[in-house]
Write a protein of this length. Structure first.
Ligand SMILES: NC(=O)C1=CN([C@@H]2O[C@H](COP(=O)(O)OP(=O)(O)OC[C@H]3O[C@@H](n4cnc5c(N)ncnc54)[C@H](OP(=O)(O)O)[C@@H]3O)[C@@H](O)[C@H]2O)C=CC1
Ligand SMILES: Nc1nc(=O)c2c([nH]1)NC[C@@H]1CN(c3ccc(C(=O)N[C@@H](CCC(=O)O)C(=O)O)cc3)C=[N+]21
Length: 287
């Protein structure tokens, strides 16, 4: 029997989430509530500018009012925090997102901690990260949430499965490992110091790659039938590619996300969802 590979269409799934978010926003509109998201962009990194544009256009399709706060490249940590504190106080802003990376080696930790946990739609605040680690997920990082969402939509069982994550960043690898543990998967997390990457990746029923290294994952590193989530976004010449050798690996995978059109759109979709969750929580008394 020939098993066909499922191409996980992140863009189509994101379209469904946008429609669902719009419905939720319409319900709130009956009570004169409009969900509001503020993004904070420091400096002029072209990739960040593009991501911010993608997020704002998704908001406009999903019934969320959004605004971008632009701060100059030369901003100090204190100036960024002062701006965030202003947004914390505004009732028309339900979600705040500080776009990463910050320029010039500015440390994002303190600025991130200044976002009210209730408005932290990226899920990066230590209070939300701590809750996640303790198994009481509230607002959580959007990329891992998008992966979990897609797996649920594909009816893929997580309990007892072998999940291998390549990359242990604070925004993808670490929170995803905690979310998978919360769902009773067996989790391995690999990184640059892992001695034999292939030895681990071959165990995976679900393989998530977030390393930022084009072509890192080849066919022989993947178990046939595995579900592959390629988080990487790399520019090679004028092309955008992931971390997985898509041509090769898509031949044997059970399911795979393309780049572009996979995990990226799912990430943005989860930002919309969490903005609605935050808005509903903050306006409980008015509903
Ligand atoms: N699609 C989306 O929505 C998103 C995409 N991204 C993309 O995902 C990629 C990863 O980003 P991010 O999660 O922020 O991680 P970082 O770029 O901060 O870190 C990369 C991680 O991969 C590990 N790593 C690097 N090279 C190798 C290697 N050769 N073998 C094994 N592990 C390796 C690093 O290990 P160590 O720390 O030990 O060096 C580190 O844990 C980037 O391409 C980024 O653009 C990120 C966020 C969202
Ligand atoms: N505070 C913060 N929150 C983030 O969520 C955050 C961040 N900072 N910094 C950077 C990363 C990266 N990220 C992406 C979002 C969407 C796509 C996306 O939609 N990409 C499209 C287009 C890709 C292309 O062509 O370049 C796609 O994959 O189809 C990608 C990457 C969010 N991040």
């Amino acid at each position: 029997m020939i098993e066909l590979t499922t191409i996980i269409d992140g863009k189509a799934l994101a379209g469904e989430v946008e429609a669902e978010t719009l419905e939720r926003a319409k319900k709130l509109a009956n009570k004169a509530i409009v969900p509001g998201l503020a993004t904070v962009l420091v400096g002029e990194n072209p990739a960040s500018q593009m991501y911010i544009r993608l997020k704002h256009s998704a908001c406009s399709r999903a019934g969320i009012r959004s605004e971008n706060v632009l701060l100059p490249e030369s901003s100090t940590e204190e100036e960024i925090i002062a701006k965030i504190e202003e947004l914390n106080l505004r009732e028309d802003i339900n979600g705040i997102l500080l776009q990463l990376p910050l320029p010039g080696g500015l440390n994002p930790q303190r600025a991130m901690m200044s976002i009210l946990p209730e408005k932290d739609v990226d899920g990066f605040h230590p209070r939300n990260m701590g809750a996640l680690l303790l198994g009481a997920e509230r607002l959580v990082p959007c990329t891992p949430l998008g992966i979990i969402y897609a797996l649920e939509r594909l009816d893929k069982k997580l309990e007892g499965t072998e999940v291998v994550i390549v990359g242990h960043s604070n925004v993808v690898g670490k929170p995803l490992a905690a979310m998978m543990l919360n769902r009773n998967a067996t989790v391995q997390v690999c990184h640059v110091f892992t001695r034999d990457l292939a030895e681990h990746t071959r165990d995976a029923d679900i393989l998530v790659v977030a390393a930022g290294v084009p072509g890192l994952i080849k066919k022989e590193m993947v178990r046939p039938g595995a579900y592959i989530f390629d988080v990487g976004i790399n520019r090679v010449g004028d092309k955008t590619v992931g971390d997985v050798d898509y041509e090769e690996v898509s031949q044997i995978a059970g399911a795979i996300t393309p780049v572009p059109g996979g995990v990226g759109p799912l990430t943005v979709a989860m930002l919309l969802r969490q903005t609605l969750n935050a808005t509903e929580d903050q306006t409980k008394d008015q509903q």
